[in-house]
Design a binder for this molecule. Structure first.
Ligand code: ASP
Length: 302
């Protein structure tokens, strides 16, 4: 039997002027939910989905409810679920009408012959597969709406992550008792993004990756930088030589060598249950379970 393990992140970014206790509590709850799934012997795929759903429901994070709004004031969400058993994935991009994009990504993986659905087609697939559709406005949190209004009254679009008050793409990676490995990543994208813009999060190998023989990774940060370098795949490949923390740092260093300020972060789990994280931003909230199931959190380290 393998050592079950999980680590989650709540997005690399500036995270200025936030209630850090609430943010760390958010990632703690997600890791605890994922750990509980692993403890009862369910799959890593179910564990990372369960953890991600908790974060999609938490308006502090840029995923599900509370996603950043695009320049037209809409929520457009992307998600990716990867399965390390046969190196498979399900992804969605530009979805507007589902409460839990990560669940739609799971249905793409498990219930269709395809890998990736976008826009209206993805929302329609959700309905066909029995997910309730919600009005886009239901995904808009009060605070994101206020920020959107203020910015547009001042004609000051909010761009980039370093200057944003915070960010909160979410992700989780886990190993289950059977030794299977999975990753999940879910996001509302970057603040004030152009309608139709898609970042790294739903891109296999960039926003997430899993291979049972090595481990899994989930990335966060400026997608335009991350997807050029397949950050998650780079981190998993580095596990062939390094522990989880070393692999996360190596992948980030590789990115930093080519892009001076990539504003990125990545979490990693190794097949042996070892976890690690690295980020080049001010902060990245993370939570992980140790071998006894105790949950630990951090926000500004490494
Ligand atoms: N990577 C996400 C994107 O570019 C944003 C983030 O992680 O904060 O859409």
């Amino acid at each position: 039997m393998a050592r079950p393990s999980i680590i989650v992140h709540g997005g690399a970014g500036a995270w200025l002027n936030f209630d850090e206790a609430a943010v760390q509590n958010g990632v703690r709850e997600a890791a605890a939910a994922g750990w509980e799934v692993l403890r009862r012997g369910a799959s890593a795929l179910e564990a990372v989905e369960a953890a991600t759903i908790i974060l999609e429901d938490n308006p502090l994070f840029d995923a599900g409810i509370g996603s950043f709004l695009n320049e037209q004031g809409e929520v457009e969400m992307d998600a990716l679920l990867t399965d390390g058993r046969e190196i498979r994935f399900g992804a969605v991009a530009g979805v507007k009408r589902v409460r839990h994009p990560i669940t739609l990504a799971r249905l793409v993986l498990t219930r269709t012959e395809n890998c990736f659905f976008v826009g209206e087609g993805a929302d329609a697939l959700a309905a066909q597969l029995g997910m309730p559709l919600v009005a886009n406005v239901e995904m808009i949190s009060e605070s994101e709406w206020q920020l959107f209004r203020q910015r547009h009254e001042r004609m000051q679009p909010r761009t980039g992550l370093g200057t944003a008050t915070g960010t909160g793409t979410v992700g989780a990676v886990a190993v289950d008792l059977a030794g299977h490995i999975a990753s999940a990543t879910s996001t509302g994208g970057t603040p004030d993004k152009k309608k139709g813009r898609v970042g790294d999060s739903p891109i296999f190998g960039a926003g997430g990756y899993a291979d049972d023989q090595l481990g899994a990774a989930s990335a966060t940060g400026v997608g335009e930088n991350i997807m050029r370098f397949f950050l998650s795949k780079a981190a998993v490949d580095a596990l062939a030589q390094q522990d989880a923390r070393g692999a996360a740092q190596a992948a980030l260093t590789f990115l930093e060598a080519r892009i001076p300020n990539p504003e990125a972060g990545v979490i990693v789990v190794k097949a042996n249950g070892d976890v690690g994280a690295a980020h080049s931003t001010n902060a990245m909230p993370i939570a992980w379970a140790d071998a006894d199931g105790n949950i630990h959190t951090a926000m500004r380290s490494g």
